[in-house]
Ligand binder design. Sequence first.
Ligand SMILES: [Zn+2]
Length: 130
Amino acid sequence: MNWLKKFMLGRYGPDQLSFVLLIVAVFISILSRFLNSQILAILYIVTIGVVIYRMFSKDLSKRYQENVKFLNKWNYIKGKVNGKFNRIKGLKDYKYFKCVNCKQTLRVPRGKGKISITCPKCKTVMAKKS
Ligand SMILES: [Zn+2]
């Protein structure tokens, strides 16, 4: 194992982007077997090549920047998905409206009758039935 430690010294190694690319490569591999597609088989090899290149790269700052960019996008998508999920979970207790002025999503408790809602963003007042 000493030779591996020596070999990996100063190299980037695995990160979240490489891990996701590896999972994508496995999916592409399975898909290429099912569809018997040459293009997907080539895409699989290219993806694995990118993962290996990134892991053994000595340009640490560039690989780090790529990973940060990826994580920013990943967290953005994760936030959107979680937001939608929480909204579906809350449908029983809350009702959702869009502000007529600024299109901000507003959440109000259900079953309170006719209420006036003040948008926290633009302070527009609307009368809605909850
Ligand atoms: Zn508003």
